[in-house]
Design a binder for this molecule. Structure first.
Ligand SMILES: CC(C)(COP(=O)(O)OP(=O)(O)OC[C@H]1O[C@@H](n2cnc3c(N)ncnc32)[C@H](O)[C@@H]1OP(=O)(O)O)[C@@H](O)C(=O)NCCC(=O)NCCS
Length: 149
């Protein structure tokens, strides 16, 4: 495995790779058209982790008013527990520093122990709960934030 992380240029290949991982990872996935729309927004940024030609994971965020709103992080099942999620978040944090964003926020399903453990390992803190935020199945979201120095 030789993971390389690159910033997406919003190409059709990137959109299709991101949508494929999204479909694999979530019960209520965004579709390719959703990603096409979001990547056209100049405040959005996506990073893709690839192992050669194979896409292993991605992270997406909006950078707005000095804050990164993380939209999604996902790693294809067969690449999990290999540090890909950690590397994607590291890339986003470096990008935030370069672009003068000093905090990051995200929502995560309250039962998603893997993702919460990953975020807490970076110092993200639980700052609130959004009741019934998700569907398929209905579930609360934990709101988490990180100060970026
Ligand atoms: C959450 C997710 C992105 C983690 O990706 P990953 O590449 O497997 O994570 P990493 O290998 O970089 O793990 C980094 C740390 O996160 C934590 N972690 C990751 N998976 C975990 C699990 N299944 N259980 C507990 N802790 C976990 C650990 O602290 C881990 O460090 P360690 O391996 O040294 O113990 C991945 O499980 C995933 O894509 N899940 C489905 C989509 C999803 O839920 N995304 C988050 C939406 S908010």
């Amino acid at each position: 495995m030789n993971i390389e992380i690159t910033k997406s240029c919003g190409s059709e290949r990137d959109i299709s790779d991101i949508a494929k991982i999204e479909l694999e990872c979530f019960s209520h996935p965004w579709l390719a058209d959703d990603f096409r729309e979001v990547t056209q927004n100049p405040t959005s940024v996506f990073f893709i982790a690839r192992d050669g030609d194979i896409s292993a994971g991605f992270i997406g965020a909006y950078l707005l008013c000095g804050e990164a709103q993380i939209l999604n992080v996902a790693v294809s099942e067969k690449y999990r527990r290999n540090g890909v999620g950690r590397a994607l978040i590291n890339h986003l944090i470096s990008y935030c520093r370069e672009n003068h964003a000093d905090c990051a926020t995200l929502e995560v399903r309250i039962s998603n122990n893997a993702a919460i453990a990953l975020y807490e390992s970076f110092g993200f803190e639980r700052v609130g709960v959004r009741p019934r935020y998700y569907d398929c199945p209905v579930e609360d979201a934990v709101l988490m934030t990180l100060s970026i120095n």
